[in-house]
Design a protein around this ligand. Structure first.
Ligand code: NAG
Ligand code: NAG
Ligand code: NAG
Ligand code: NAG
Ligand code: NAG
Length: 173
């Protein structure tokens, strides 16, 4: 063996780190409607897949609204007691760094008019099928587009697979 395993290990770790940060998705709450009253954010959230390392971002009039990260009680009852974070810049990027359910509400009363969103964040790595799906939809224009947030993940899975096979391959040489 000419390549030092620790060097290879380090290179793999650096590559994985770069790839995982490059693949992070920014989920803009409400898409082009932003963070405003009268929008069903459950429908918005059901249309996305959230992974650890992604961002959720809120765009709104900072003179009128804000964002609180609360627990389920806060979400259900529109209360901010025990909130674990609050933002008010009008353009807030919040990291989703754990595989769990997050709850965000507006703390200025907008919560009572629908300004609440709950997202379930999944652990990485996701199944590599999104790359296959993306390839198929590129060739077949009648296929539905890949789910938002799914792009780039498949590359991660493929490269991860290559690294793992190279890594174990060295053991057999
Ligand atoms: C939002 O949509 C979901 C799914 O259709 C529905 O269950 C829920 O009642 C709606 N919420 C509001 C406030 O209309
Ligand atoms: C769901 O996502 C699709 C594709 O991005 C989009 O066309 C559609 O409007 C979205 N629906 C909702 C309710 O956000
Ligand atoms: C939340 O509201 C429900 C009724 O909507 C009430 O039964 C419950 O006690 C409230 N929880 C808290 C912690 O205030
Ligand atoms: C949410 O936080 C409040 C205030 O700290 C607490 O009273 C309540 O029990 C919590 N609810 C849940 C579901 O953890
Ligand atoms: C908002 O967050 C800051 C820390 O970032 C905290 O000091 C403050 O008490 C929070 N405000 C409310 C209303 O919870």
């Amino acid at each position: 063996m000419s390549t030092s395993p620790s060097l290879l290990h380090l290179a793999s770790a650096v590559l994985l780190l770069l790839l995982s940060s490059a693949a992070a998705t920014d989920h803009i709450v409400g898409a082009n409607k932003g963070w405003n009253p009268g929008i069903n954010y459950t429908l918005w959230a059901n249309n996305q897949t959230f992974y650890v390392g992604d961002l959720i971002s809120f765009r709104y009039q900072k003179t009128q609204y804000n964002v609180f990260r609360v627990n389920k009680t806060g979400y259900d009852n529109c209360t901010t007691e025990g909130a674990t974070g609050n933002w008010s810049s009008g353009k807030d990027f919040i990291p989703l760094d754990k595989a769990k359910r997050y709850y965000f509400i507006c703390g200025t009363g907008g919560c009572f008019n629908g300004m609440k969103v709950s997202v379930l964040v999944h652990a990485l790595p996701p199944p590599p099928r999104s790359a296959v799906a993306a390839e198929h939809s590129a060739k077949d224009s009648s296929a539905p587009p890949a789910a938002p947030g799914g792009g780039g993940r498949g590359v991660f899975g493929i490269v991860f697979g290559v690294i793992v096979s190279v890594w174990f391959g060295y053991g057999w040489i």
